[in-house]
Design a protein around this ligand. Structure first.
Ligand code: TYM
Length: 339
């Protein structure tokens, strides 16, 4: 048989909790198809993670398929990458239990996202919210992942996964690959259009703060026109200009232009012209993705076929790692029983 070089593994996930945002796209999803040729990629719609916050069951079911369709529409190819729904592979929850026993409680309580979400949902600070990063560690470690393409907001969770892997390897010998993060140089944290010192977040109460990948062109234009900037009137990046810098980052990612080029392009022009150009670049990027998304979503048989195949392929890989871990910690293998 021909000897083929094994490609390094990529894993990432996204929650099916509503339509993806420009932040999801710029910080993470945009990079996923781009990695498909050089890496062995696995991408998951993480429905188990989604229920740490109450979800309407019918919506969650619909949104899980929509999330998969959107990932395919951005260019993920099922003949190159595995795409699947997290709850279809029970090994994620099984490994998560084991890893939880190797994760100090204090490490979980100091996670930024846990603190934020606990503040936001004081009526429902559930166990899943606390152990969420352990499940994320299981997602990553199950597949011997080398690289995790994510936005900056997930960096602390990745650190936790690395710590768990190192702790486990230290106790039981080399088991897990210790994964690295893959963060875009520009756009690793897209900010709110209304409060540019805050992350653009799906759950923002102010609809004008967030651009969604499924927004109509005129909605996108309106949101950018209303984006908060400053009174200086000059298109340049700087810590003192978070609004303009955020818009420049978005425009840079959409057009491939550097900050210097952007500054030159809008030299002497007001923010109005600049904002329209940013909106235009986003509209042009999303238009073909939206069309492909609608086409895929209408083809339920194809979409479900991709997810069924993806789930089966992921389950095969995951069960190997899970068996190895079970053996290392001392569980009796069912096929070792003399009967
Ligand atoms: P989630 O669903 O919140 O977000 C999906 C991806 O989008 C990125 N992102 C952003 N990037 C830049 N700017 C923003 N404003 C912005 N908002 C979101 C996130 O960083 C993320 O990469 N816990 C994860 C999902 C997950 C996962 C995993 C990721 C579960 N298991 C294993 C990687 C590996 C989450 O909630 O992402």
């Amino acid at each position: 048989m021909e000897q083929t070089q094994k490609k390094p593994r990529v894993f990432s996930g996204i929650q099916p909790t509503g339509s993806f945002t420009l932040g999801n796209y710029v910080g993470a999803v945009r990079n996923w198809p781009a990695l498909q040729d050089a890496y062995d990629c696995i991408y998951s719609v993480v429905d188990l993670h989604a229920i740490t916050v109450r979800q309407n069951p019918a919506d969650l079911r619909r949104q899980s398929r929509e999330a998969a369709a959107m990932l395919l529409a951005t260019g993920i190819r099922p003949d190159k990458s595995i795409i699947f729904i997290q709850s279809h592979v029970p090994a994620h929850t099984q490994l998560s239990w084991v890893l939880g026993c190797f994760c100090p409680f204090g490490d979980l309580t100091r996670m930024h996202q846990f603190k934020e979400k606990s503040k936001k949902h004081p009526e429902d600070i559930n166990g899943g919210l606390l152990t969420y990063p352990v499940l994320m560690a299981a997602d990553i470690l199950l597949y011997a992942t080398d690289l995790v393409p994510i936005g900056i907001d997930q960096k602390q969770h990745l650190e936790l996964a690395r710590n768990i892997a190192q702790r486990f390897n230290g106790l039981y010998g080399d088991t897990f690959v210790v994964p690295d993060g893959y963060f875009p140089t520009v756009g690793a944290k897209v900010m709110s259009l209304q409060e540019p010192d805050k992350k653009m977040s799906k759950s923002d109460a102010n609809a004008n703060a967030v651009v969604h990948m499924l927004d109509e062109p005129d909605t996108i234009l309106r949101k950018f026109k209303r984006a908060i900037t400053d009174s200086e009137g000059t298109v340049r990046a700087g810590a003192d200009k978070p609004g303009v810098t955020n818009l420049m980052s978005i425009y840079s990612v959409m057009t491939g232009k550097t900050f210097e080029e952007i500054q030159r392009e809008f030299d002497g022009q007001g923010y109005g012209v600049f904002k329209e150009a940013v909106a235009g670049s986003v509209i042009d990027t999303f238009r073909p993705i939206q069309a492909e998304y609608r086409r895929l979503l209408a083809d339920r048989a194809y979409l479900d076929g991709v997810l069924a195949d993806g789930g089966a392929a992921a389950a095969r890989l995951a069960s190997r790692m899970l068996s190895k871990v079970y053996r290392k910690v001392g569980f009796v293998a069912p096929d070792a029983l003399a009967h």
